[in-house]
Design a protein around this ligand. Structure first.
Ligand SMILES: Cc1ncc(COP(=O)(O)O)c(C=O)c1O
Length: 419
């Protein structure tokens, strides 16, 4: 059959080589149409936190599909979305929250950006329209998301189409400023009258190459935003639901963000569903009872999709019942210990760790070897997706000791062989 797919993030040269036709998933494994088995070492774009084919989520989806497949949330509701909104509010440090539901990470981000901008309109400060993100931050591929996050390697063609009035520099710790926050403080204070919100990927810039920064920075950012009347949007789409060793990455900083975006792990990757969880102090301004109509005229057809909500409720149950976050934190420590010997390899620039993310940053001169390493790992049954000269493990949180140890040693041996 001719391939008519306009593939995302796929160079034409890869299409010419041909690629796997994945027909089934089970646990941490994906199976192709030839019966070959591969370790999904990056959790299918960081989403499949509970592995493939978890019977409880599959059952929840099947059951919901037999009851109500779709109904909108514009001036209507249904039981699964009601329950999910309640559960998400309960996961926040302060539970007075309402959720905007959407279908994927970038549409949750898009909602967050618009809620932030309209909030300032609602409270009669309409000049506050800027949203700024961190340099090389990533929040999805919609134009709104590109206006806040922008990864040079991916988004160059759109450079002239989006405006970046300012950026938070990536934090570089110094002796006087151990979290590297002061340059960001300067930017926020300078633009506070224009700033509606700041949006960040908490603790780790994923798409920019798993670049990590401290919880101390995030705490100072939250305080600075509050002091300067700037909303803080924390984009937990990639880091949420246990990836970093806590339920949300922002929990490491003990902060209570104004808006929290989530996707991917919300349904453990089983259904396209996302949410932007909004503090009630913001939500309450979206009223049509005052002098002006402040209704939020924004919504996706599939906002709060019943089958997606059922999958999310099942995933949340499993995260709790199976202690996924706690188990992930324990596995993270083991992964780190197993990976640490790689630091001694001549070709390794540095290792980085955050929960169940383990990064091997190779030196720039290894660039010609990257595809060979990737291919050799593929031949051993591992689906690594290097970013530049960086290999990383971000496996389903349910991976076993033996499986994880096997992946780490395959990576080490293959790097040693080619570099
Ligand atoms: C931090 C972050 N935000 C948003 C997104 C966009 O999510 P989606 O691809 O589901 O639109 C991603 C995707 O990787 C992400 O990592």
């Amino acid at each position: 059959m001719k391939n008519k797919i306009f593939h995302p993030y796929t160079p034409f040269s890869n299409i010419e080589k041909g690629f796997l036709n994945i027909v089934r998933g089970e646990g941490i494994y994906l199976f192709d149409d030839q019966g070959n088995k591969y370790v999904d070492i990056v959790s299918s774009w960081w989403a499949v936190a509970l592995g493939h084919g978890h019977p409880k989520i599959v059952k929840a989806i099947q059951e919901q599909a037999g009851i109500l497949q779709h109904s909108i949330t514009g001036s209507l509701t249904h039981p699964t979305v009601l329950e999910l909104a309640e559960r998400l509010a309960g996961l926040m440090p302060t539970p007075d929250r309402h959720s905007v539901f959407a279908s994927d990470g970038c549409s949750a981000v898009e909602a967050a950006l618009k809620v932030a901008i309209q909030y300032w309109y609602n409270v009669d400060r309409p000049d506050k329209t800027w949203i700024i993100g961190m340099d090389q931050g990533y929040h999805g591929d919609s134009m709104g998301a590109l206006g806040a996050g922008f990864v040079d390697d991916f988004h160059k063609p759109f450079e002239r189409a989006v405006s970046h009035p300012a950026k938070l520099p990536f934090p570089i710790p110094t002796e006087d400023d151990p979290d590297g926050f002061l340059p960001s403080q300067t930017v926020i204070e300078q633009h506070k009258d224009k700033l509606a919100a700041v949006i960040v990927e908490p603790l780790c810039l994923g798409s920019a190459g798993m670049r990590m920064y401290s919880a101390g920075y995030l705490k100072q950012l939250a305080d600075c935003c509050a002091e300067n009347d700037v909303l803080l949007i924390v984009d937990e789409v990639a880091m949420g639901f246990g990836r970093t060793g806590k339920r949300f990455a922002f929990n490491h900083a003990n902060i209570d963000p104004d808006l929290v975006c989530m996707g991917k792990g919300l349904t453990a990757g089983y259904m396209p569903l996302s949410a932007c969880v909004v503090k009630d102090s913001i939500y309450d301004t979206f009223t049509d009872k005052g002098e002006k109509d402040c209704t939020f005229y924004h919504g996706n057809t599939f906002a709060g999709h019943p089958i997606g909500c059922a999958a999310a409720l099942a995933a949340l149950d499993i995260y709790e019942a199976e202690g996924t976050v706690e188990r992930g934190a324990e596995m993270a420590e083991k992964m780190k210990q197993w990976m640490l010997p790689m630091a001694k390899l001549e070709c390794v620039e540095e290792l980085r760790f955050l929960g169940m993310i383990g990064v091997v940053q190779l030196k720039p001169e290894t660039k010609p070897c990257i595809l060979k390493i990737k291919q050799a790992l593929f031949e051993q049954g591992y689906l690594f997706r290097p970013l530049g000269t960086m290999f990383y493990l971000m496996p389903p949180l349910v991976i076993t000791d033996d499986e994880l140890r096997g992946a780490v040693s395959a990576l080490q041996q293959t790097i040693e062989e080619f570099c």
